[in-house]
Design a binder for this molecule. Structure first.
Ligand code: SPV
Ligand code: MG
Length: 292
């Protein structure tokens, strides 16, 4: 199964077809993303942190993220790209983390070049400090050599634009990470327009496919991204948790205002819909076959 999922993602990358990944913080969200037609799931650290109501700043331990990745990978048939932040330490920690993520059914990891503990990229005035290039190259080489299957994808994430170090430094690091064996380069920007990211794409040699997370510059459509011919994956980084927060707030407020559930009931997905999402059909088959 892993091989099939990995190969699917690899094919998109090698053909430079745009692979769309939606964030999920639990298996139910992943299932809804699969149902909606996304090509894969983004195992977002931001979303998982938010679902525990803690900052996305290396506060949740690896085990919690890993367990969630395993549950998501077990639930959906589409590839899962795990956000492993800084790799939970140095190159030694990375060497031990990668086989565990692979065994959990993940098809790819994204590792970022920030120091541990990290701060989240889109936070206003966040603490953004980058590792030395050579040190991050070592971590990438450790990740590449720790994978059991060559089809497992290692994505290097460049945070130079987020840290305000400029285009030349971002390009220099992206080349260095490709040199170290990364299969793709995630270039992140928090500019409110796509200009910065488009300049990077234009200047990029194209030796590896790029990965974009257009949260800050939502005007950039998939059609425009695909037109560049240099981007392999677009990640929608936090739209599952934001949708959930918006919907829960609205319904909770309404129930308090109305003093009951009489006005919200008809607007909500039915209990039967939730039972279906729980995989009721499969359990019924098991019951029929094996319960005696
Ligand atoms: C995440 O979703 O956890 C990401 C993307 O890493 S961002 O939050 O934009 O840094
Ligand atoms: Mg993250």
């Amino acid at each position: 199964m892993n091989q099939t999922k990995n190969t699917l993602l690899r094919d998109y990358l090698s053909q430079r077809r745009l692979f769309t990944a939606m964030a999920a913080h639990n298996p139910l969200a992943a299932k809804l993303a699969e149902e909606a037609g996304f090509n894969g799931i983004w195992g977002s650290g931001f979303e998982l942190s938010a679902s525990y109501a803690v900052p996305d700043a290396s506060i949740l331990p690896m085990g919690i993220h890993l367990a969630m990745m395993r549950s998501i990978a077990t639930t959906v048939q589409i590839p899962l790209i795990a956000d492993i932040d800084t790799g939970f330490g140095n190159a030694v920690n990375v060497s031990y983390a990668i086989p565990q993520y692979e065994a959990a059914g993940v098809s790819a990891v994204v590792m970022e070049d920030k120091t541990f503990p990290k701060d989240t990229s889109l936070r206003v005035a966040g603490r953004q400090e980058l590792l030395r290039t050579e040190e991050f190259q070592g971590k990438l080489e450790a990740a590449v050599s720790a994978r059991r299957e060559n089809s497992f994808v290692v994505i290097a994430r460049v945070e130079a634009l987020i840290a305000g170090l400029g285009m030349a430094e971002a390009l220099r690091r992206a080349e260095a990470y490709a040199e170290a064996g990364a299969d793709a380069i995630l270039i992140h920007s928090k500019q409110k327009t796509p200009d910065e990211i488009m300049s990077f794409i234009q200047a990029w040699s194209g030796r590896k496919p790029l990965v974009l997370v257009p949260t800050a510059y939502p005007q950039l459509t998939e059609a425009a991204i695909a037109e560049t011919g240099k981007v392999g994956i677009v990640i929608y980084g936090n739209h599952a948790i934001r949708a959930a927060v918006g919907a829960m707030r609205q319904v909770f407020t309404r129930i308090r205002q109305d003093g009951g559930i009489h006005n919200v009931d008809a607007q909500l997905p039915s209990v039967q819909e939730i039972i279906t999402l729980q995989g009721d059909a499969q359990m019924r088959e098991i019951e029929k076959k094996y319960l005696r």
